[in-house]
Design a protein around this ligand. Sequence first.
Ligand code: KG4
Ligand code: ZN
Length: 335
Amino acid sequence: MKDRLILGIETSCDETAAAIVKNGKEIVAQVVASQIESHKRFGGVVPEIASRHHVEQITLVLEETLKQANLSYHDLNAIAVTEGPGLVGALLIGVNAAKALAFAYDLPLIGVHHIAGHIYANRLVKEFSFPLIALVVSGGHTELVYMKEHGCFEVIGETLDDAAGEAYDKVARTLNLPYPGGPHIDRLAHEGTASIDLPRAWLEEGSFHFSFSGLKSAVINTLHNAAQRGITIDPKDMAASFQQSVVEVLVEKTVRASEKYQAKQVLLSGGVAANKGLRTAMEEAFKKKKGIDLVIPPLSLCTDNAAMIAAFADVLYEKGIFGDYRMNAHPGLEL
Ligand code: KG4
Ligand code: ZN
């Protein structure tokens, strides 16, 4: 079989990214231009600023990706892009760049769901074994997904309120840590002890859903009450306690889902999958589970990137699912 080269573009939030992936499994080149520095002083992503940065960066990022790969657009088999979910103005930059390239070079156009991309970041590490369970934990999503075959996603659990990454970022803000807060809490957590009693939202028996807003409120209330009584709480201990509470629920529900669905593989994905506490706890939990293969991508493939978009686009290419020039940005796209 001739190799298939797909160019992926990702602009759903605050990274302008492009990558070329061979046969859905091998990264040929990848570039990620992060805007974190521009959003930091606002304590979160400002949609208008994100769109402006994407406009400035997209051409440079694409040129750099082709240069790294030592390829021209004529060598490619398709152009893939995140069409949703995400910030509408940000998504539109990627979608329009992809449409323009597909038109100019007469290449097929493929629209990719951002979360499908996060899951397929794992295929750049290891070939999938079905059935599998994927835990997706990012700034906007917390989902347990069951897959019987390529491109077939069944969401068996999701958050009822805040996403895991969102809870990390909000708690970090309360602790006066910079945006994005996840990596800072992760670092502090390793220096502190989980000595503060915080809730775990297990929800009803057997539920694979999540809820993090109660935990976030508990952190805020505990800090507030302590301050009123003149007691200082070490932010390291609060970070460690919060992280333990999040990780315990994520790991336990993933283990239970893998048992119920007789998974051969468990995949970890999304920005929060970069969390050291979560990675270690997952490894510990699945070491004891014979016959279940745990896959954890390197940090660069956990946070937003375009290699994951090209990786899933390869599956859509194989299935003959293509977009056309009417493609639009879909901020609330369902998996
Ligand atoms: O997947 P991602 O890059 O963007 C979205 O699609 O949302 O995820 C970003 C989220 C942010 O909330 C960030 O705080 C969190 O991932 N994050 C982490 C860590 N690194 C990034 N959360 C906990 N621990 C980390 N080490
Ligand atoms: Zn993401």
